[in-house]
Design a protein around this ligand. Structure first.
Ligand code: TRP
Length: 363
């Protein structure tokens, strides 16, 4: 099979539920184009480390675009999700503040986008109680992402790991988000969120639905492989951090593995490592990786790496400059987060109040 045939074969294995979600995503995006201000977006990240190029092209860029289009945009820094599968909160403070730095350096404007953390918004967390009553244990155990996260962690399944998709539903529904840009691995969590919204409305709020059924937004951006051709992962040390220095980036790219064939050609299946370098260069320059491969040709891997180093560092230079500038005043970064938390609390209180009202729990 050629690379292309293999990719098509993999594509055919996509499940019916994925295809349905993709269709909903495309239809929602079309509506969003014509009326952005009627949409509320919520998405977020776990503060487990720094953001890398994969995050940038896979999601951050899209968030900025939605913000600029006039969607009501919200970003949660999911600090309680950090302890779903690890037993320490070491560096959490630093990770949280660095996320805010990277978001802002990438173009997130705190006047337009609310940024906040789980742990600072009690009323959001309280939604977990009624929401847990709306799902069964069997449904929780069926979540494929939870299963694979448990296996990868090497830990026993904690109560929080089992239930965090419901907690993620609280993240999404407390601000009544109707669009949730995510990667494929988060799709089961948006599905359970839709189920929870529907069941809550059916059970407690038939006449006046409290929650929307949000659509997952699945990006068309290609998944960027790590520099060694494997999945980008912090533990493989194969990702280019947005906030790294130009020197660190050069060193990382220089030591990335290639193969013994001198001539540079593009073929993700046959030559994953060389192709990962070409894909990276393609994304940051906006060029076709095949064209870059042809241009480098017999000059070999050394020349390819020089090209990748130069183009990545050129692309990230403005981001890194803005980041360094912002980092000079960490007190304002903290203020921005406090302000986001304050706004999130006001919204969460209001939603929780509607929930109490719908459930007849206002005394
Ligand atoms: N689970 C997401 C991740 O893997 C982070 C996240 C937390 C999130 N809450 C969310 C994403 C709500 C979308 C909506 O990084």
């Amino acid at each position: 099979m050629t690379d292309e045939q293999k990719l098509t074969a993999a594509g055919n294995e996509m499940s019916a539920s994925f295809l349905a979600a993709k269709k909903r995503s495309d239809e929602t995006l079309a509506k969003l184009e014509s009326n952005p201000s009627s949409f509320t977006m919520l998405t977020g990240d776990r503060p487990t480390g720094r953001l890398h190029l994969g995050h940038y092209f896979g999601s951050i860029r899209e968030r900025v675009a939605m913000q600029e289009r006039g969607v009501n945009t919200n970003i949660i820094i999911a600090d309680y999700q950090v302890i779903t599968d690890r037993d320490t909160t070491e560096h959490i403070q630093d990770n949280v503040l660095n996320l805010v730095l990277d978001y802002m350096a990438a173009g997130i404007d705190p006047n337009k986008t609310m940024m906040f953390t789980h742990s600072a918004v009690p009323a959001e967390n309280q939604l977990l109680l009624p929401f847990l009553s709306l799902v069964t244990e069997a449904e929780l155990h069926r979540n494929p992402t939870v299963k694979s996260e448990m296996e990868a962690s090497g830990h026993a399944l904690t109560g929080l790991l089992l239930t965090y998709p419901v907690h993620q539903a609280c993240d999404i529904l407390f601000c009544k988000a109707n669009v949730v840009p995510i990667g494929k691995d988060n799709l089961p969590h948006v599905e359970i969120t839709r189920t929870i919204a529907r069941r809550f409305n059916e059970r407690y709020a038939k006449k006046n639905p409290v929650f929307p059924e949000p659509a997952a937004i699945l990006s068309d951006a290609p998944e960027i492989p790590g520099l060694d051709g494997r999945k980008m992962s912090k533990s493989y040390g194969n990702s280019i951090m947005l906030g790294a220095t130009a020197e660190e980036t050069a060193k990382l790219i220089k030591k990335s593995p290639t193969d013994s064939e001198r001539r540079i050609t593009f073929g993700p299946i046959a030559r994953p490592q060389v192709s990962a370098l070409l894909t990276t260069a393609g994304l940051v320059t906006g060029r076709d990786p095949k064209e870059i491969a042809e241009e480098i040709g017999d000059a070999g891997a050394g020349a390819l790496k020089q090209y990748v180093i130069k183009s990545v560092n050129e692309f990230l230079a403005p981001h890194r400059e803005r980041r360094a500038e912002l980092a000079k005043d960490m007190d304002s970064i903290r203020d921005i987060l406090h302000d986001g938390n304050k706004r999130a609390n006001a919204i969460a209180e209001e939603t929780l109040d509607q929930v109490r009202e719908a459930m007849g729990m206002k005394y």
